[in-house]
Design a protein around this ligand. Structure first.
Ligand code: ASP
Ligand code: MG
Length: 439
């Protein structure tokens, strides 16, 4: 059927917002069943009826990507990466087609596209490809014809025409990239939580949703282990300055648009919007850490490189690094790695590094955790880190390593005190009571 041009659709109460181009992203839980897909369609139809142009980027239905990858691993433990992408990409293709059908059932003209049809171009790193460009012509053509456009999340096509995927959680990145390519007014990431919290509410029940978080804080929190958004999507949002909002897909799909636009957490680039916010905005933590110390290594130029060079060459990410004062020509050298790369790192040190540099002893601790305070307010306030150290000491928690950047301070502590430390810090920085950020 014929669809009226969008600007003639604004019947009924005047929409609160000017006509705009909005990208919606729905995660696996939000797309998890036919009933949920219907709800997504109702929500999208509401936006469309208010006169907005809408592009939707869905994930695969919950569990589907795991199921598909699991089938391949039943055949062989290390399946070919190109074929894994071929398989995994079908999850998003199915959910996108289903959403188009659900929208059509709501009376909304809709059309879905796989990544290669747009195309969403990527490099050739199968299972972890990076988007290089997105052609907006086809999407625009459909939007101008009044259609809702659905673009599969998570996938693209490489220069040779092979299907690629962007790494687990990659449809966040697809959505922000599509929003950047279209210069969308906002990218709305609908998910099963209602925003970004000052810390994980499962650890600190007093945690609060932030109405606004700065892009830089979000980037730190994503890199420190907050799982709300894939870190690459935050990088993309920053690079192209895409206003991005994280909000719940589990609310009534027909809630008024202005209410919806006040919910969730807006990732902002305007720092003054956050000026009166707390000095520390959030507490991040991660148990994925392991600590490795080489005791009594000869202290001479090149020592850090002779230890960490081989580690980097083996593709093991090193996080915190501490080298002690040297005593009688030798020093102790500690660093942390991701816990699931710990065994590989230790093996490498024993086989290659220690025989070459000559260390007295190797000491390791797999049971450490990293706790970080994050806030752009740290730039202009002194004594923030010392309040962190004081708070931990009052709880009797020993700090093993410290690292700082302009807007965060991280410490390594014993894993068993992690939750205690996070709760104490959340309270000490006033995140328990006051809203974490002004709306
Ligand atoms: N379906 C993909 C995954 O499960 C991508 C995503 O959901 O963001 O990782
Ligand atoms: Mg996700």
């Amino acid at each position: 059927y014929e669809v009226l041009p969008v600007n003639t659709l604004a019947a009924g109460p005047q929409p609160e917002y000017e006509m705009s181009l909005i990208v919606h992203k729905y995660g696996g839980t939000s797309m998890g069943s036919v009933e949920r897909i219907r709800n997504v369609a109702r929500r999208v139809a509401k936006w469309h009826a208010a006169g907005h142009q809408v592009v939707v980027v869905p994930s695969a239905m919950a569990g589907e990507t795991n199921r598909l990858l699991g089938l391949a691993r039943e055949i062989t433990p290390q399946p070919d990466a190109r074929e894994l992408d071929m398989i995994a990409a079908t999850g998003e293709q199915a959910s996108s087609g289903l959403l188009a059908i659900a929208l059509q059932a709501e009376g909304v003209a809709a059309r879905s596209y796989a990544g290669w049809q747009v195309p969403v171009r990527t490099d050739s790193s199968f299972t972890k490809a990076r988007i290089t460009s997105i052609d907006d012509a086809r999407i625009r053509g459909d939007l101008d014809a009044g259609r809702v456009v659905i673009v599969t999340g998570f996938q693209g096509v490489d220069p040779d025409g092979h299907i690629t995927t962007l790494g687990r959680g990659g449809s966040d990145t697809s959505a922000v990239a599509v929003a950047a390519a279209l210069k969308a007014d906002e990218c709305l990431i609908y998910t099963d939580v209602d925003g970004v919290y000052t810390t994980d509410p499962r650890v600190v029940p007093e945690a609060r949703r932030m109405a606004v978080v700065s892009f830089e804080e979000m980037l730190e929190m994503a890199s420190l282990g907050s799982k709300v958004l894939q870190i690459r999507s935050v990088e993309f949002a920053g690079k192209y300055r895409v206003p991005t909002r994280v909000l719940s897909s589990l609310t009534d799909p027909l809630i008024p648009l202005d209410e919806e636009m006040r919910s969730g957490t807006l990732i902002t680039f305007e720092e003054d919007e956050k000026m009166e916010a707390a000095v520390v905005s959030g507490i991040a933590f991660s148990r994925d850490e392991a600590k490795i110390t080489l005791l009594g290594v000869p202290d001479k130029p090149g020592i850090a490189f002779s230890i960490l060079g081989p580690v980097a060459a083996a593709n093991i990410d090193v996080d915190m690094i501490v080298q002690n004062q040297s005593v009688a020509g030798t020093t102790d050298f500690s660093f942390t790695v991701n816990r699931n790369e710990f065994a590989r790192a230790v093996d490498l040190l024993k086989r290659e590094v220690i025989p070459a540099v000559g260390a007295r002893e190797l000491s390791t601790d797999e049971k450490v955790a990293k706790v970080s305070i994050v806030g752009i307010g740290m730039r202009s306030h002194v004594g923030v880190a010392s309040l962190m150290f004081q708070t931990l000491s009052q709880e009797g928690i020993n700090i093993q390593m410290i690292s700082t950047s302009e807007i965060k301070t991280s410490v390594i502590i014993d894993d068993k005190y992690m939750e205690l430390g996070v709760r104490a810090l959340h309270k000490a920085f006033g995140l328990d009571q006051a809203p974490a950020a002004k709306a």
